[in-house]
Design a protein around this ligand. Structure first.
Ligand code: IPM
Ligand code: MG
Length: 370
């Protein structure tokens, strides 16, 4: 077998897997607001994760006390999602941990560390794939500038679909980007539904369809097809390069409302957006599918803060924003709004070092506002 034959055979296997994924994709949505008991998992994660999650749990216990007492909501610790355990098991998300997570309806997750180099995949990417969490929803508001963006990033395909399983030939490496009809339709539907339900008037589709003609071309075409069901919503198209420029242009950036985009562009643009708001420590994120949903801060586990002994000064606002999104997702809208308002109102400064409040002190002040 020549090197080329081997590469073609590998390509064939990858395509067959993608066909199987596509065939299994359309699942029915579980309505958590109608479930008599909603189980909320709590995974501490690594680095500053457990420090943040301890405070997030205090806030959730406070807001949900009545429902925890009746059993309408159950909080369940997920213990195995740590870098130590994942390294010991040689697996980004060990099967037993995946089972723990699947026993919950939704979960709040502290940041998890991805080892640099080696072959271990990011736990986030594995969880998104295994639980089919196709909608990465990232709201970024800068009220003083009239900015209220919500990004709908496709979260399971595009450039992320294969992880580290691209094809290598002598002197050459090939990765793949995969865009499917159903995969695009469901994220587009989520974005337009969000727009309609939240009084938004515009959805902006962001691709690089002038270059990525097949994949991004399909993404744009399907988004426009879905848009036809939402005649009240204005739709515009942007290429990712000019869109990154738009976000730093104060003359036009507050015109964007809902932004709909493929995986990798969404990854990059949402870091830029969060930084404009004041840093990645300020934003929460939802990873939602039809069955499961995972909520997290958009930053990492901050090993440098831990090494410097500053873990207790970690900023809890991003995980608390994620907790508010979780509450909204399970239909606890009043509790979600209460938490969001308290986060907007809390004036305690957290700087990530001894110049600011600790994670716990911030939460003490926040709890007084709830
Ligand atoms: C994010 C992160 C992840 C991603 C990493 C941790 C794999 O950057 O959630 O945006 O690339 O999606
Ligand atoms: Mg990212």
């Amino acid at each position: 077998m020549t090197e080329l034959d081997r590469a073609c055979a590998q390509f064939r296997t990858l395509l067959e897997e993608q066909q199987q994924r596509l065939a299994a994709m359309d699942t029915e949505r579980v309505d958590l607001t109608k479930k008599p008991t909603v189980t909320v998992g709590l995974a501490g994660g690594d680095g500053i994760g457990p420090i943040l999650m301890e405070q997030a749990e205090r806030v959730l216990r406070h807001l949900l006390q009545a429902e925890l007492a009746t059993g309408a909501v159950v909080l369940k610790p997920i213990t195995g999602l740590t870098i130590e355990n994942r390294l010991a098991e040689g697996c980004s998300v060990p099967p037993s941990v995946l089972n723990e997570i699947r026993a919950c309806d939704v979960f709040l997750k502290g940041p998890t560390t991805t080892p640099m180099g080696g072959t271990m995949e990011s736990a986030n990417v594995t969880l998104r794939r295994e639980l089919d969490l196709y909608a990465n929803v990232r709201p970024v508001a800068i009220p003083e500038e009239g900015i209220d963006w919500v990004f709908f990033r496709e979260n399971t395909e595009g450039e992320y679909v294969l992880g580290s399983r691209g094809v290598e030939l002598d002197g050459m490496a090939v990765d793949f980007k995969v865009t499917t009809d159903s995969g695009t339709r469901r994220i587009a539907r989520a974005a337009f539904e969000h727009a309609v339900q939240n009084g938004k008037t515009r959805v902006s589709i962001v691709t690089k369809a002038n270059i990525m003609k097949k994949t991004d071309g399909k993404f744009t075409a399907i988004c426009h097809e879905v848009a036809r069901d939402y005649p009240g919503i204005e739709v515009d198209d942007w290429y990712i390069d000019i869109m990154t420029a738009n976000l730093v242009d104060p003359r036009i950036r507050n015109r964007f409302q809902v932004v709909l985009l493929p995986n990798l562009y969404g990854d990059i643009l949402t870091d830029e957006a969060a930084q404009l708001r004041g840093g990645v420590g300020t934003s929460g994120s939802a990873n939602a599918g039809d069955r499961y949903a995972m909520f997290e801060a958009i930053h990492g586990s901050a090993p440098r803060m831990i090494e410097a002994g500053l873990g207790d000064y970690a900023d809890p606002r991003s995980i608390l924003r994620a907790a508010a999104m979780l509450l909204r997702h399970i239909g606890r809208t009043a509790a979600a709004a209460q938490l969001e308002q308290a986060l907007d109102a809390c004036t305690v400064t957290v700087t990530g070092d001894t110049n600011g409040a600790t994670c716990a002190a911030y939460t003490d002040a926040l709890l007084k506002l709830l």
